[in-house]
Design a protein around this ligand. Sequence first.
Ligand code: SF4
Ligand code: SF4
Length: 77
Amino acid sequence: MNEVINTYIPIVNTFLCNGCGDCARSCPVDKMPRNPEKTILKVINGMVNILRPELCEGCGLCVESCPQSAIKIVLKE
Ligand code: SF4
Ligand code: SF4
């Protein structure tokens, strides 16, 4: 089976992010089944960190959930 190469990655504006975690809670990638090794977004020291950008499926749920408009999805170059 061919490996799936995702074409989107999340980018966070660190000046706008307030660390609320809404984006991390909205991301479906690590939810079913719960697997911490597949966590893309995680709040660390009051700011969201992008741990595994290569796993992003480009669903846009994190973008919709962010009250600060601090996260966006871009095409991987
Ligand atoms: S676009 Fe979807 S898969 Fe990618 S980080 Fe945001 S919520 Fe997760
Ligand atoms: S939802 Fe927005 S403000 Fe909240 S942690 Fe994520 S990027 Fe930061």
